[in-house]
Structure formats: structure tokens, C-alpha cells
Design a protein around this ligand. Structure first.
Ligand code: HAM
Length: 419
């Protein structure tokens, strides 16, 4: 028996309603805020992610699905969307269109992670990016969009964790203070953190190992070492969030797993906080465009993990609209009626109404049972008598009423009520 590869999942028809609900809400909210949809390739040239995401990150170091194609070119399945969207912005000269460029993306991502609840190797993100405007108002609006997305879904008790990690002016100073601090505790740090101390000291703040927690808890906070401009940006953002009534929690230890961030970073957590439970996160990446060879261009965005959002919707018992499979079910009895039923069903669909016809050699009773299971509103029944009289028996399944009329009249009645 074949099985889906570890860390991948099938979404069976019974679960499709959750995906529809989340994707439709994401699309609706992004479009309410004026974002346009962008679609990007599933794979890119490997150096895009190495440069964009950063070669000292876990994503690039451990988690990328990288392969040589038959032409010998190194390609990588996208582990995230931001670098690709920036590449698209550069490649298509979007800098010459009105700024900022606001785009959203829905699609799968690939990371060779250790699978567990809420953590997969193929997962899906709702990603939003605003490119070309560096003002704190944009940061506030991006966080507002994230907040409204969750609120509209009906999720409750979420917390937005917020931090500023400075920019190229103040970060180097903070990094040396941080390195100095962690060096004092070097012997007690986990092997990963000892390595990070050399390559990426900021990431130490994100270590979940018990042995590193003391050094992390006593580490100097980044927001106390911001330069004047970063501090002003952060204050303006917090004032704006306050005015918008978005509750945020300052998290001086919040750093993100990707290297491109500057200034604002944020993550959104559900009520039950676990190590891997962030529903989404994002931040500003004002240096990324230059990193990828473009002109200095500010940007900010976020990505939500759709699987994690769905897990929380289920956990919180949020009612999700079902997906109707049929408005009309055409049931039939007899050979002539079967042909008639296929034709009638075809006519109903061509009139734009969802219609399922009984297939196989089922009894009328079992066809009507199926009609109920599919949530059909009407059963159109064709038997010998209906065929002879060129009529149809219409049964309103919800109200248990039944009448007979010409097929044309039945379709017209449907059109007047179902459109
Ligand atoms: P990220 O924090 O790496 O950010 O991923 C965003 C979200 O994707 C996470 O909060 C989580 O919900 C989900 N996620 C990540 N890895 C997995 C996994 N293995 N299984 C299931 N869900 C996962 C980014 O990807 C940035 N590109 C976000 C961004 C956009 N920053 C600026 N613009």
C-alpha cells in the first residue's frame, strides 16, 4: 500500500469546508484592504532563498527541498513566499507602478521539518506583502489586516506579540551587546546556540532548550538599544495600534526564523501557547530588496499557516458553513426515465443550477436518500408516468411537499427561486 509521504496530508471532501472557509475569508479580507492576488512558481533558483532568507537560518541550513534538475540547475521548492514575491517585483519592474504594491498569495510551502501536530513538510500559507512604503502606518495596517482575518474567522483569545529588532544602524551595536552577554554563559548554552553565537546571535533569543533559558531571560532587550529613527518608528506604530484597538503584547525576545527582518516583527499566538504554535508571523524587511540586487525599497508582510488556523478553528468549535453538493437531485425509475433524467439534469445545470442525477441501478428510495445526504433542496422524479406525460414530479425535500408539472415550468420555478 502506498502512503502519502511523511509530513504531507490529503484533504478529503468532508474537510474541504474548512479550507474554503479560511481561503475565502483570507481573499475577502485582503481584497477589502486593497490587495491584489499574485501567483508565484512552486520552485525557484536555490540562491534566491539562500540570499533572501539567509544562509544561517534553519530554513536554508536544514529544511529546504533542494535538487538539481535534469539540466543540472539547483532548484528549491519554495519554503516561503516573500523572497519570490520580491524577485517578481524586481523582475517585472513593479517599482514603476504606483507604490506601495500590495499583494496576497495563497499556496503550499515546503520545509523538511520534523512533523507533528501543526507542523508539516508541505503546508499552506496565506501571505500578504506591502512593498514600497516604509511608514509605520503601513505596519499598523498590515497587523490590522492580520487581526481582522482572525476576527472574521471567529477565532478568539489570540495574542499579537510585537517587537522591533532595529535596522542596519542600530542592530550591529545590539548584536555585540548580545554576543557579550551570551559569551558569559557560553558553557551553559546548547550546542546549537554555541554555533549561533558565532553566526547569528539574535537567533539565540528564540531557542527553546531549557538549558539556554536563563541566559535568554537575562539578555538585554533589543528595544532598549534602538537608534532614534527605529525608536520613533516603533513608538508611532504602537500609538497607531492603540488607536485601532488592537491589543498587542510587547515581546522583547521575539525574533523571527528568517534573516531579512528589520524593525517591526510580530507573531500571532492562540490561547494555548506551545513552542510551534504561532498561527502566523511577519515583519518589515527594508533591506531585502537590496540583498536581492534591487534598489533600496522598504517592505512588510506576514504569512499565516492555514493548517494551524484550521486546527484552531476546530479546537474552538467554530461553526463553518457546509458545502452544498446539489440543489436538485434527479431521481428516476425505468430505462426511458434514465435517459430522460440525464437530459433533464443537463438542462438544469446549463441553466446554472447545481444538479446531481442518480447513477447506477439504485432503487428510487435509495436515490432519494442520497438526495437528502447531498443536501439537495428538490428531488425531480421521473417514472413511467412522467415520461409518458412529459412532466416531472417535484419534491421539496425540506418541506415534504410534492407536485407534478411540466419540465419547463419546473425549471422556470427553480430559476426564479434559486438565482
Ligand atoms: P514563518 O514564520 O516562517 O514566516 O511562517 C509563517 C507561518 O507559517 C507560521 O507562523 C506557521 O503558522 C506556518 N508554518 C511555518 N512552518 C510550518 C510548518 N512546517 N508546518 C505548518 N505550518 C508552518 C514566513 O514564512 C514569512 N515569509 C512571513 C512573512 C511574509 N514575513 C514577511 N512577509
Amino acid at each position: 500500500m502506498y502512503q502519502a509521504p511523511r509530513g504531507t496530508q490529503d484533504v478529503l471532501p468532508e474537510d474541504e469546508k474548512y479550507w474554503r472557509y479560511v481561503e475565502a475569508t483570507a481573499t475577502r479580507q485582503a481584497e477589502l484592504f486593497g490587495y491584489a492576488q499574485i501567483r508565484i512558481p512552486t520552485f525557484e533558483h536555490t540562491p534566491l532563498f539562500v540570499r533572501g532568507v539567509g544562509d544561517t537560518t534553519d530554513i536554508v541550513g536544514k529544511e529546504m527541498y533542494t535538487f538539481d534538475d535534469k539540466g543540472g540547475e539547483s532548484l528549491t521548492l519554495r519554503p516561503e513566499a516573500t523572497a519570490s514575491i520580491m524577485r517578481a517585483y524586481l523582475e517585472h519592474g513593479l517599482a514603476s507602478s504606483p507604490q506601495p504594491v500590495k499583494v496576497y498569495f495563497l499556496g503550499s510551502m515546503f520545509r523538511y521539518d520534523r512533523p507533528q501536530a501543526g507542523r508539516y513538510r508541505e503546508f499552506h500559507q496565506f501571505d500578504c506583502e506591502v512593498i514600497g512604503d516604509g511608514s509605520p502606518t503601513v505596519d499598523a495596517e498590515v497587523i490590522l489586516l492580520a487581526w481582522r482575518f482572525f476576527e472574521t474567522l471567529g477565532l478568539r483569545n489570540l495574542t499579537v506579540h510585537l517587537n522591533s529588532i532595529g535596522d542596519r544602524n542600530c542592530r550591529p551595536g545590539y548584536l555585540s551587546i548580545l554576543t557579550e552577554h551570551f559569551s558569559l554563559h557560553r558553557d551553559r548554552l546548547c550546542p546549537d546556540c554555541r554555533r549561533r553565537l558565532e553566526t547569528n546571535p539574535l537567533r539565540l533569543l528564540d531557542c527553546k532548550n531549557e538549558q539556554c533559558q536563563f541566559a535568554i531571560a537575562t539578555a538585554p532587550a533589543g528595544i532598549e538599544h534602538l537608534c532614534e529613527e527605529c525608536a520613533r518608528h516603533f513608538t508611532a506604530l504602537r500609538e497607531m495600534l492603540d488607536a485601532l484597538d488592537i491589543p498587542v503584547e510587547l515581546s522583547p525576545r521575539l525574533v523571527r526564523g528568517l534573516d531579512y527582518y528589520t524593525r517591526t516583527v510580530f507573531e500571532i499566538f492562540p490561547a494555548t501557547v506551545g513552542a510551534q504554535s504561532a498561527l502566523g508571523g511577519g515583519g518589515r524587511y527594508d533591506g531585502l530588496m537590496e540583498q536581492l540586487g534591487g534598489k533600496p525599497t522598504p517592505g512588510i508582510g506576514f504569512a499565516m499557516g492555514i493548517e494551524r488556523v484550521i486546527l484552531n478553528i476546530r479546537e474552538q468549535g467554530i461553526p463553518v458553513p457546509g458545502i452544498r453538493r446539489a440543489v436538485v437531485y434527479v431521481a428516476h425509475q425505468g430505462d426511458q426515465a434514465r435517459v430522460m433524467a440525464m437530459r433533464l439534469a443537463d438542462e438544469i445545470r446549463r441553466a446554472g443550477i447545481q444538479c446531481v442525477v442518480g447513477l447506477g441501478a439504485r432503487s428510487l428510495k435509495s436515490q432519494l436518500k442520497q438526495a437528502n445526504n447531498l443536501g439537495a433542496r428538490f428531488a425531480f422524479i421521473l417514472g413511467e408516468q412522467e415520461v409518458a406525460e412529459e412532466t416531472v414530479t417535484v419534491r421539496n425535500l425540506a418541506e415534504s411537499q410534492q407536485w407534478q408539472e411540466s419540465r419547463q415550468a419546473a425549471i422556470e420555478r427553480l430559476l426564479s427561486t434559486e438565482r
